[in-house]
Design a protein around this ligand. Structure first.
Ligand SMILES: C[S@@+](CC[C@H](N)C(=O)[O-])C[C@H]1O[C@@H](n2cnc3c(N)ncnc32)[C@H](O)[C@@H]1O
Length: 291
């Protein structure tokens, strides 16, 4: 089924914009900026910049002389980002409303190349991440780097179960996490885009009480966040269906079949003890463009 992903993203994020920062996102975005190891004078492209959680810390890191360009499709998220300008502006920061899957069509970026491109918490929202990363690499200077994350498919498992149900019914949901089963999948995607010296690290995403520094969030293996039983399927279906899958799976024509498939997919996640473990984790890839 043909979808308009940027339109889906706008519909998903406009209503969330005002409360978006009341979450783990500000800290996680800061960690993504730290992983970029930005230097004074560098020029940064922040893709899917949202409310500016990457853009402003990045602007502090590249002063003096640097700049940050943010691109996002959601006018609601960009309004929040613009609202922080007075309190935050440290280096030149500029925001554009545009799809990050069509950067060639953004006049403000014509002929520009960047020292670093950061895309935080958004690659898994794109229908064709491979094509997106290939296009983004064209906007990196020689020896520039891309920093991007994907969620571990064993995290947020209700949502990935909805994604699987949607696929089975030919009705896709507005996120695409199924392709990233392991860190190597992200590495392969970055390699195919022509990036080299790729490092993929595993981080916890949810806030850990009393911990703020990046090092506290590094993990060899993602930690288990919650354990469910097979019987939780119906409760989770009802909890999320209208919010996340409203247009795709919630209609009266399809809801019952979606519920049946949700139970079926959910059951497949159970281990030998009948338990379903949800982890908390993302993979962050850092890759470099050739000289
Ligand atoms: C989870 S938020 C991440 C925002 C920000 N990077 C952060 O770390 O806080 C995802 C963002 O991706 C944006 N987005 C999704 N698809 C997009 C697209 N095709 N083009 C531009 N922005 C997109 C949404 O509008 C939303 O602001």
């Amino acid at each position: 089924m043909q979808r308009n992903q940027p339109q889906d993203a706008q519909a998903l994020y406009d209503p969330r914009a005002a409360s978006y920062d009341d979450s783990w996102h500000p800290r996680f975005a800061r960690h993504m900026v730290e992983l970029a190891s930005l230097k004074a004078g560098e020029h940064v492209l922040d893709l899917a910049c949202g409310t500016g959680l990457v853009a402003y810390p990045a602007s502090a890191a590249v002063r003096p002389g640097g700049s940050v360009t943010g691109v996002d499709i959601s006018s609601g998220m960009l309004k929040e980002a613009e609202g922080k300008r007075a309190a935050n502006e440290l280096s030149a920061v500029r925001f554009y409303q545009h799809s990050i899957t069509d950067l060639d069509g953004l006049p403000g970026l014509e002929g520009k190349q960047f020292d670093a491109i950061i895309c935080a918490s958004a690659l898994v929202l794109l229908q064709d991440p491979s094509n997106a990363i290939r296009q983004w690499t064209g906007f990196l200077k020689p020896s520039g780097r891309l920093i991007v994350d994907v969620t571990d498919p064993a995290s947020q498992i209700s949502l990935i179960t909805f994604e699987r149900v949607g696929r089975a019914l030919g009705r896709h949901l507005p996120f695409y996490r199924v392709p990233f089963q392991k860190p190597e999948d992200l590495r392969a995607l970055m390699e195919q885009a022509g990036l080299r010296d790729i490092e993929v690290i595993s981080l916890s995403q949810m806030d850990i009480e009393g911990a703020d520094a990046l090092d506290a969030y590094r993990s060899e293996r993602p930690r288990i966040e919650k354990t469910y039983s097979i019987a939780d399927a119906d409760r989770l279906f009802d909890k999320h269906i209208d919010h996340w899958a409203a247009s795709a799976l919630a209609g009266p024509d399809i809801r019952n079949e979606a519920r049946r498939l949700f139970r079926e997919q959910w059951t497949k996640l159970a281990n030998a003890d009948g338990l379903i473990e949800e982890v908390d984790g993302v993979y962050v890839g850092i890759g470099w463009k050739n000289k």
